[in-house]
Write a protein that binds this ligand. Structure first.
Ligand code: FES
Ligand SMILES: [Fe+2]
Length: 337
């Protein structure tokens, strides 16, 4: 059971080139493509003639052409052409999804009822348009259910154990950080502040810090995606709780879209600012972020394999689980609705 009547991330703009892209989202087989006229579209990945996946076909100026007998379908799923036959059968139509392309993100509306239309606009992600930041992203596949990734992102205390090579730092500082959890509506925020801490390797590569730093981690959970704003400034120079703070910023966009009940897509971007003395660090920040997320994938997939090996075995909560548990309650409430 997944929350429905929600915008989920289906992919990124740069993925739609000259071929259709197949992706299973919430157990539904979807094909995405961009027509030669530039329209991004999402349809059920099944031709209404003999059921070949449309992702085996080709993209044309007006739509996607099936790779078996050549039926051509428009972005709204209507059949535009049956080669060799003048009349288009009235039932020749493929199920379509509402796709909204904004800020390089492809948002798909997952309706509760078939054909259900969006009740609100797709989320805005202004960071991708902000000239202070440079961003790059990727799509990871997880052999683990999506909520294990939520748990991981809402509890950054794991940095000191999992990510020592990049964004980690002292484990005791992470585990003892001041922690605040706020919830309103379908949103959960986890705020962590670590004054006077040692900058981790990625921070040192990206920014000429003078010594100890004041470090912040602000995680905003939304049903389909998390925005995580982390960073640091030379200790004592900025108010680390002020959103106008200076220093080094990493703004992560983390879309977690269930693929099936037991697998997930993790679609992320990392945006960072650069110091005038180090103008070209965004590539380094991206590479180290990718490495960091690969470390998470190893941990989470191993965790899930072990959960399967010990079905029903109880788990004990500790102080860092407040944020993840709040988010689980939001998902449970919406999935039941
Ligand atoms: S299966 Fe698609 S055209 Fe025949
Ligand atoms: Fe992590």
């Amino acid at each position: 059971m997944f929350p429905l009547d929600q915008w989920y991330v289906a992919g990124f703009s740069w993925e739609l080139k000259d071929r259709p892209v197949a992706r299973t989202l919430l157990n539904r087989n979807v094909v995405m493509f961009r027509t030669g006229e530039g329209v991004a579209a999402a349809l059920e990945d099944r031709c209404c003639h003999k059921s070949l996946p449309l992702s085996c076909g080709t993209v044309e100026r007006r739509g996607v052409r099936c790779g078996y007998h050549g039926l051509l379908f428009a972005p709204d799923g209507a059949c535009l052409e049956v080669p060799g036959q003048e009349r288009i059968p009235t039932k020749a139509k493929v199920k379509s999804y509402v796709l909204s392309e904004k800020d390089s993100i492809l948002w798909i509306w997952m309706p509760r009822e078939e054909g259900g239309q969006p009740t609100h606009e797709a989320p805005d992600y202004w960071v991708h348009r902000d000239p202070r930041y440079t961003f790059k992203g990727d799509v990871f596949h997880y052999d683990a259910p999506y909520q294990l990734i939520h748990d991981n992102l809402l509890d950054l205390s794991h940095l000191g154990y999992v990510h020592l090579k990049t964004i980690g730092g002292n484990a005791a500082v992470h585990m003892n950080a001041e922690l605040k959890v706020e919830a309103s509506g379908d949103q959960v925020r986890v705020l962590r502040y670590m004054p006077e801490s040692a900058p981790p390797p990625t921070y040192l590569d990206a920014w000429p810090f003078k010594g100890k730093i004041d470090r912040w981690q602000e995680v905003e959970f939304n049903v389909s995606h998390l925005n995580i704003w982390t960073g640091g400034a030379d200790a004592g120079t900025e108010d680390m709780r002020d959103p106008q703070r200076g220093g080094f910023h990493m703004r992560g966009f983390h879309a977690i879209t269930p693929e099936t009940d037991t697998t997930a897509h993790y679609m992320w971007t990392m945006a960072s600012n650069s110091h005038p003395e180090r103008p070209d660090v965004s590539g380094v920040v991206f590479d180290q972020t990718a490495l960091t997320f690969e470390e998470d994938k190893v941990v989470i997939e191993a965790q899930y394999r072990n959960i399967l090996r010990h079905p029903g075995a109880p788990q004990v909560d500790i102080h860092v689980d407040v944020g993840p548990n709040r988010a689980r309650r939001v998902i449970e409430r919406l999935a039941r609705a």
